[in-house]
Design a binder for this molecule. Structure first.
Ligand SMILES: Nc1ncnc2c1ncn2[C@@H]1O[C@H](COP(=O)(O)OP(=O)(O)O)[C@@H](O)[C@H]1O
Ligand SMILES: [Mg+2]
Length: 400
C-alpha cells in the first residue's frame, strides 16, 4: 500500500507530502489539485507500463554502463492510456523556487513510500517534451533474489505491478454496445479510464467468485461477480438486474438491464432507456468488486449521476473493498460519500486509521491541504470552512 505521495513542482503542487490510507477521500473546491494527485500516481504507472520508468535492475545496468545519473529514454511519459498531461511546460509547477543557472531547468519529482520503502523519481522539465527525461532515481536496494550475485537490485514498488484501475470522472454513457477488446479487458483486466471495458470484463468474468468478506452482498443470488454486481447495482437503483452478452461475429458486447415489470415478469431494457446513472456507476461497482487484495483503485467522482442514497451505498461499497485489502483513493464532491465512509467506520467495517481525509482549499497559487480525522463513532474532528458546510450555510439562510 502507498502510505505517502510526495509531489515536487508537479502541477498545482510546489512541494506537498500527502498521506494515503486504505481508503483516501480527496475533497475540496474545483481546481484545487484533487485530480492531480490521481494523475501523479497514474503518470508513474503509465511510464512504468511503457517501460520508461527505471525500477528494478536499473542500478546494475547503470553501473555496468558507467552511468551516474541520467538514463537515456527513461522518464515520465506524459501522454498515454491513463493520462494526457501535455508537455513539460504544462506539468511544471509555475511557481517553482529553485535558483537556476542559465541552461538549467527546474526538476519535477514524484516520490512514493510503501511501508519501509521509499522510491523517488526526478525528471527534467523539458518544456516541449512528452517524455520528461529522468535525472535521478532513488530506489531501495535488495541484496536478495536470484540476480543478487550480479549486483544490487532495486525493489519494484508494488503499486506499479499490482492490479490497477483508474476511472476518470468522464465515463461511458449509456450505449447499446461496448467494445470487446480481449487484450485490455481480459488480458490485463483493465476496465479502461472511462470504464469502456467494464461490460466485456463482466461478460468474461461474470462467473468469477467475489472474495468472501464485506464485499459480498448478502442479498445476491450467488457469490459470482455478475450476481454480486447486480445486487450492488440493485442497492444503487432498487430492483435492477443486469446482463452482458457478446454479439456473435462482432467486436462488441451488449448490456441490458432488467426491471421487475409491473406484470411480474422481468422486463429487459437497453441502457439508453434506463437513465444515465446506472451505466455511469457500473464500472465503479465492477472495479470495487473485482479488485484483488493489494491492488490500487483510483476513482474520480464515483458518485456522478447517482441519487443521494445511491451515493452513500457506493461509498459503503468502496469502504468494503478497502476493508478487503484494496487501496482506494477517490476524489469526491459528495457529502453522502463522506457520510457513507463515516458510517462504514461507525459500523466497524473500517478502523478510523484506515480512512484518510484531505480537504484541498486551493487558492489558485498552489494547494493547501487540511486533513480532518474520523473517529470510531464516525465523527469528524474538524470542519474547516468550505468542508461540506454548504447544507448548513444554506439552511441558516433559509431558516434565519
Ligand atoms: N503547471 C501548473 N502550475 C501551477 N498550477 C497548475 C499547473 N497545472 C495545473 N495547475 C492548477 O491545478 C489546478 C487543477 O487541478 P486539478 O487537480 O485538475 O483540480 P481538481 O481539484 O478540480 O481535481 C488548477 O487550479 C490549475 O491552475
Ligand atoms: Mg478533478
Amino acid at each position: 500500500m502507498i502510505d505517502l505521495l510526495t509531489m515536487h513542482n508537479f502541477k498545482a503542487f510546489q512541494h506537498t507530502e500527502l498521506r494515503l490510507g486504505p481508503l483516501t477521500l480527496l475533497t475540496g473546491l474545483n481546481s484545487s489539485g484533487k485530480s492531480s494527485v490521481l494523475q501523479a500516481l497514474a503518470l508513474l504507472r503509465q511510464s512504468y507500463e511503457a517501460g520508461d520508468l527505471a525500477v528494478a535492475g536499473w542500478l546494475r545496468e547503470a553501473q555496468q554502463a558507467g552511468l551516474a545519473t541520467s538514463v537515456a529514454n527513461q522518464g515520465f511519459l506524459l501522454n498515454g492510456e491513463l493520462v494526457g498531461l501535455g508537455t513539460g511546460e504544462d506539468v511544471l509547477h509555475e511557481d517553482f523556487t529553485e535558483d537556476l543557472g542559465p541552461d538549467e531547468r527546474p526538476p519535477i519529482r514524484l516520490g512514493v513510500t510503501e511501508g519501509p520503502y521509499r522510491y523517488t523519481w526526478t525528471v527534467e522539465s523539458e518544456p516541449e517534451q512528452n517524455l520528461l527525461p529522468l535525472l535521478d532515481v532513488d530506489l531501495p536496494l535488495t541484496s536478495e533474489g536470484p540476480s543478487a550475485p550480479a549486483g544490487p537490485e532495486a525493489h519494484t514498488p508494488s503499486f506499479l505491478t499490482a492490479p490497477f484501475q483508474y476511472l476518470h470522472a468522464d465515463r461511458i454513457s449509456p450505449a447499446q454496445f461496448y467494445p470487446r477488446d480481449h487484450q485490455v479487458a481480459i488480458g490485463r483486466s483493465f476496465l479502461g479510464v472511462r470504464g469502456e471495458h467494464a461490460v466485456n470484463y463482466l461478460r468474461h468474468h461474470g462467473e468469477d467468485t467475489v472474495a468472501a468478506g464485506p464485499l459480498r452482498h448478502p442479498k445476491a443470488a450467488s457469490d459470482s461477480l455478475i450476481s454480486q454486481t447486480a445486487a450492488w447495482m440493485g442497492d444503487l437503483c432498487p430492483g435492477v438486474d443486469i446482463e452482458a452478452v457478446a454479439i456473435k461475429g462482432t467486436d462488441v458486447v451488449s448490456l441490458s438491464y432488467g426491471f421487475q415489470g409491473t406484470v411480474g415478469a422481468t422486463k429487459r431494457r437497453r441502457p439508453g432507456n434506463v437513465g444515465f446513472g446506472l451505466t455511469y456507476v457500473l464500472p465503479v461497482v465492477v472495479a470495487c468488486l473485482s479488485a484483488q487484495r493489494g491492488s490500487l483503485v483510483l476513482l474520480e467522482n464515483p458518485e456522478a449521476h447517482l441519487h443521494p442514497q445511491g451515493q452513500t451505498r457506493m461509498a459503503m461499497l468502496a469502504a468494503s473493498a478497502a476493508a478487503q485489502g484494496v487501496q482506494v483513493i477517490m476524489e469526491t464532491h459528495s457529502d453522502h460519500v463522506l457520510n457513507g465512509v463515516r458510517l462504514a467506520v461507525k459500523q466497524g467495517g473500517l478502523t478510523p486509521e484506515q480512512v484518510v481525509l484531505h480537504y484541498f482549499r486551493g487558492n489558485g497559487t498552489g494547494a493547501e491541504i487540511v486533513s480532518p480525522r474520523v473517529n470510531a463513532d464516525g465523527r469528524i474532528d474538524q470542519w474547516p470552512a468550505g468542508f461540506f458546510d454548504e447544507l448548513e450555510n444554506t439552511l441558516d439562510q433559509l431558516i434565519g
